[in-house]
Design a protein around this ligand. Structure first.
Ligand code: DX5
Ligand code: ZN
Length: 222
């Protein structure tokens, strides 16, 4: 497994990909220079939709090899029960929701003990205070309500990105997730974001590789 992670990157969300052609669709973006893939796991409880579990993460790891960094975003209740399975399946980073467990510190420690980077995220309406006293390897700022691709970017979250950058200092990656396109990626980068999730802007495009390059250029990743 690759634990190397870039300082800045665009991380395509496979949520908007065609799951019948998943390997080919991910490889197309990897050929354009992408090294980090965002996997959105939803359980039908924390968010209404159900997507996939460790089996798909494991299939991606098997198909894509050790070069790719699998950035797994868990939109599930009680993630403490599942993190070991996702680590075993080949996740490199596992991000949990602050709203999904009372056992934050415990779960983040369990992720690290399983050998992964421990990420913490929060819904748009949740204040970012916990970042001031919780040790994280990555902070993910949801810039849409979790659960669906293709939603419009919530501009109020730019202020949250600035606040979290202030709290964490310059070194911890801040990832933004939801409604990201080249223009918005640039605004988020200016606010302090360094990782940029993009689903529909890449896989909804006629030329996903070019769409990836456009976001990467706008966000200063290339
Ligand atoms: C939403 C997911 C996102 C989603 C983003 O709950 O966490 O990763 O795929 O999709 P776009 O880029 O289309 O907003
Ligand atoms: Zn996500």
């Amino acid at each position: 497994m690759s634990r190397q992670r870039p300082e800045r990157c665009v991380t395509p969300s496979i949520l908007s990909a065609d799951f019948a052609k998943l390997e080919a669709q991910v490889r197309e973006i990897m050929d354009a220079g992408c090294t980090v893939i965002h996997c959105d796991v939803m359980d039908g409880h924390f968010v209404p939709p159900i997507t996939f579990g460790p089996i798909v993460v494991s299939a991606l790891r098997e198909a894509l090899g050790d070069e790719v960094y699998l950035d797994v975003h868990l939109m599930i209740e009680a993630p403490e029960r599942q993190v070991a399975e996702f680590a075993k399946a080949g996740a490199d980073g596992i991000t949990i929701h602050i709203e999904a467990t009372p056992h934050l510190d415990y779960t983040l420690s369990a992720i690290r003990e399983a050998g992964c980077h421990a990420g913490l995220t929060l819904c748009p309406g949740t204040p970012p205070d916990a970042f001031a006293w919780t040790d994280v390897d990555l902070a993910l700022i949801m810039t849409v309500n979790p659960g669906w691709g293709g939603q419009p970017f919530l501009r109020g979250q730019l202020e949250k990105i600035r606040a979290v950058r202030e709290m964490l200092g310059p070194d911890t990656p801040i990832e933004v997730d939801g409604g990201v396109n080249p223009t918005i990626a640039k605004e988020c980068a200016d606010a302090g974001a360094t990782w940029f999730v993009a689903g529909s802007a890449i896989y909804g495009s006629d030329d996903p590789a070019q769409a990836y390059r456009d976001i990467a250029a706008a966000a200063g990743c290339s």
